[in-house]
Write a protein that binds this ligand. Structure first.
Ligand SMILES: Nc1ncnc2c1ncn2[C@@H]1O[C@H](COP(=O)(O)OP(=O)(O)OP(=O)(O)O)[C@@H](O)[C@H]1O
Ligand SMILES: [Mg+2]
Length: 301
């Protein structure tokens, strides 16, 4: 049984003129952090709406923990942070969590224990009595994410969770998400923050104009740059650079290493042979991978 499954979900608007999503197929195992990427209007939010029966599919079907998305009970173990969410401004953070917890069917005794824990986790303890109309964008986003966890869900859909959150807050949210993953929760994220996605995702899919153009493990998205970082013993740094020059190898010198442009593994090994011939001790050889952002820009353009 998969945590999230989409079998050909398709959504057209305006009598078929807008093809928001076309034949989307995915199977996500439990305990996976999955990120859906794509430019504005690619269909990311549409997919979440179909998974949660907020929008009705033109065709296709979906399952959450084996239950069909048309079955209300499929949403019992789900947490959801919607894009651009709005809370009633007259409620404070405690009241928001209480209200949403109650709507999710959480018992009052559990809410009394859970709400202070979530407020602390999301750094909202001090502002718990402040009406949310007075909240900053980042504070609302933290509260929205806390709200998504109020029913201790197994599957969590987060539509742009770090939107408007400051860099320290982003690290805190990353830590919370990784802790949830460790507890076996499945996390589905829509995001534009590629450096965040690269750090926490197990799997990624890229949507463009409603069609999936690539999916795979995160490592599949980090392409080889054809460069290696070679570190040698500090005292031999100068001889190291001289050898690279004599071999006519392009490189960028660093304080304790050099990034070396290599055509293939054979060339890498002959560089290593030349260094060893001079009795230089090699401390490390690492392949330099491109970032997810590099890959994303290339594939979208
Ligand atoms: N209710 C609607 N009626 C008509 N068109 C819609 C509706 N909702 C979404 N769309 C269209 O469907 C397409 C996909 O929108 P969606 O919100 O899923 O994109 P997204 O990938 O989430 O974009 P963003 O990164 O900007 O959040 C867009 O062309 C959008 O205009
Ligand atoms: Mg969206």
């Amino acid at each position: 049984m998969y945590a999230v499954e989409s079998n050909g979900f398709t959504k057209h608007y305006s009598g078929g003129k807008i093809k928001a999503l076309s034949d989307f197929c995915i199977k996500i195992e439990k305990g996976t952090v999955f990120s859906l990427l794509g430019p504005n209007g690619a269909g990311k939010t549409t997919l979440i709406k179909l998974m949660l029966s907020i929008a009705i599919p033109t065709s296709g079907e979906g399952f959450i923990l084996g239950k069909k998305t048309t079955d209300r009970s499929s949403r019992m173990s789900v947490g959801y942070l919607s894009e651009n969410h709005r809370f009633p401004g007259f409620l404070n953070a405690e009241q928001v969590l209480w209200y949403y917890g109650k709507m999710s069917g959480v018992l009052s005794t559990d809410l009394k224990k859970r709400i202070p824990v979530l407020l602390k986790k999301f750094n909202l303890e001090e502002k718990r009595k402040l009406k949310t109309v007075k909240y900053s964008k980042g504070m609302l986003q933290r509260l929205g994410t806390a709200q998504a966890l109020i029913n201790d869900p197994e599957v969590i859909f987060l539509d742009e969770p770090t939107d408007g959150i400051d860099p320290v807050g982003r690290i805190e949210i990353r830590e919370i998400l990784l802790e949830l993953k460790e507890r076996g929760k499945t996390i589905f994220i829509n995001s534009h923050l590629l450096s965040e996605v690269e750090r926490i995702s197990d799997e990624i899919a890229i949507l463009k104009e409603g069609r999936m153009i690539k999916k795979g493990r995160t490592s599949d998205f980090l392409e080889s740059t054809g460069e290696y970082n070679i570190r040698v013993e500090d005292s031999k740094q100068e001889i190291f650079f001289n050898i690279l020059n004599s071999l006519n190898i392009k490189f960028a010198p660093h304080k304790h290493s050099a990034s070396v442009k290599i055509n293939d593994i054979t060339e890498l090994n002959s560089v290593i042979d030349s260094l060893r011939d001079e009795d230089i001790l090699i401390k490390g050889v690492e392949e330099i991978k491109g970032s997810l952002e590099d890959f994303f820009i290339k594939i979208i353009r």
